[in-house]
Design a protein around this ligand. Structure first.
Ligand code: SF4
Length: 453
């Protein structure tokens, strides 16, 4: 679509250069949200012949801020900066040979009443406004179809890729939990961070080699070895510490630079921390699609519309079997690895919905991360955690809802609770607030003890 000024963006661009593309002979760029998860996922993709790379993060924040107005969510600014910075560096490195068409930038989306679904459109508009970058494609998977990977790889390998990718995220969660379990008790400061970084690199090689074969037992053999070695880093004389649960917006709670290394700050003031996992979100998207299909099925029956009913039955079977597979796989991994060390398990999404209904606090019909955070906090409180922190980008709608609903409930339960909204600014009172929160949590710990996994 031509225009006088040349500044109006063609909406065709949103169809042609945002979507699901076959990454054959392209470099598939994965943003670094959760460091370990991103690297193991990229390694799995490489095993399937997709040339995947994890982009550096947080180095291009100035660029991200330059091309946003300040009203967007903080993760949108960070990811915008990440891709612009990456492209700039590639252009410097490759010179004349630089060709943006050789890359696919991976930016998933989610439907529902939240701005995440608009990131890839917004970023498309920015990329289109810059010389050459209009040719860079955005590879987008959506929660609407449970992040289906079809179209990205030969049809007969899609299921295997999906299974291996999910498995890589479960293993990444375990490595993260191992870090948070061991680090507060380490003999030598810094040894756990170094060890986990090295282990992540080893597991990248393992996933690249064994992921495509779905040799999951062999992969877990390697994880068992890592856990045994990690245990040697712990000082058995250090007594267990107050247990803090983290919930919140998935990007902020898993991106350590964005949340100003919150877990480490909590540990500095005496905590052992469990963060909600990435696979919890994957399970939620499958659960929610299944739930939607069931609702549409019931409506179709009521209205006697048998065409849509048939369609919904197919969806129920597909999403139902996906959820069943994911939960079973996750359970098997945790069953095996938690026999070596006591790590926290995830809440089941169906249990979280039950908690919401029983407590009459919120509804899954409204969607968003609040569906997980609100009941997740209640579960932490009832299980014997000593405090809960809600982490989110400044102005994040679902997390603000969570905060407004859960505060009075936490007061009733007498469990310390802290909201930590972040943008790039350093708030002068932040550390004092965390220290005060940890004082309350340690008082709770002294009076009530803590949950054992
Ligand atoms: S969850 Fe919050 S931060 Fe993330 S896109 Fe939605 S509103 Fe923005």
């Amino acid at each position: 679509m031509g225009t006088e000024s040349g500044k109006v963006i063609s909406f065709k661009s949103l169809n042609k250069t945002v979507g699901r593309f076959n990454p054959k002979e392209k470099t598939f760029l994965i943003p670094q949200m959760n460091r370990i998860g991103g690297h193991l996922l990229a390694a799995t993709f490489r095993g399937f012949g997709i040339h995947a790379r994890v982009m550096d993060t947080y180095k291009g924040l100035d660029l991200g801020k330059k091309f946003t107005s300040g009203k967007e969510c903080y993760p949108c600014q960070i990811t915008m900066g990440d891709i612009l910075y990456f492209m700039e560096k590639e252009r410097e490195k490759l010179g004349e040979a630089f060709d943006p068409e050789r890359y696919i930038y991976f930016m998933p989306e989610s439907s529902g009443p939240c701005r995440f679904g608009m990131y890839n459109k917004y970023q498309r508009i920015i990329l289109d406004s810059l010389p050459e970058l209009s040719r860079l494609k955005i590879g987008s998977l959506t929660t609407d179809d449970g992040y289906s990977l079809s179209g990205m790889i030969d049809k007969d390998r899609v299921r295997d890729l999906r299974k291996a990718s999910y498995f890589s995220l479960v293993v990444a969660d375990i490595l993260d939990r191992l870090l948070w379990r061991v680090r507060p008790y380490e003999k030598d400061p810094g040894s756990t961070d170094t060890f986990i970084e090295r282990s992540m690199r080893q597991m990248e090689e393992v996933f690249e080699k064994l992921g495509p074969e779905k040799a999951f037992d062999q992969i877990l053999d390697r994880m068992e070895g890592i856990i045994e070695n990690a245990k040697d880093l712990m000082d058995p004389h250090v007594v267990r510490k107050p247990l803090i649960g983290i919930v919140g917006e998935i990007y902020l709670r898993t991106h350590t630079q964005a949340n100003q290394d919150l877990i480490r700050v909590l540990e500095k003031y005496g905590a052992e921390v469990v963060n909600a996992s990435v696979t919890e979100w994957m399970n939620y998207t499958s659960y929610d699609r299944l739930r939607d299909a069931r609702t549409a099925f019931r409506l179709g029956i009521k209205q006697l519309r048998f065409g849509p009913v048939k369609e919904q039955v197919k969806k129920i079977m597909r999403f139902g079997s996906e959820l069943y597979y994911q939960e079973l796989r996750q359970k098997k991994v945790y069953d095996r690895l938690t026999s070596k060390i006591d790590l926290a398990r995830d809440h089941k999404v169906r249990d979280l919905e039950r908690v919401l209904k029983e407590e009459d606090l919120f509804s899954f019909d409204a969607g968003t991360e609040a569906c997980l955070s609100i009941p997740g906090i209640v579960e932490y409180a009832q299980e014997g955690y000593n405090g809960v922190v809600n982490v989110y980008p400044f102005t994040c709608m679902p997390s603000t809802i969570t905060s407004s609903i859960i505060r009075p409930r936490m007061d009733q339960l007498g469990i310390p609770y802290l909201d930590t909204p972040y943008d790039e600014s350093i708030q002068p009172g932040r550390e004092a607030a965390i220290r005060t929160f940890m004082y309350q949590a340690s008082q709770h710990f002294k009076q009530h003890g803590r949950k054992a996994f």
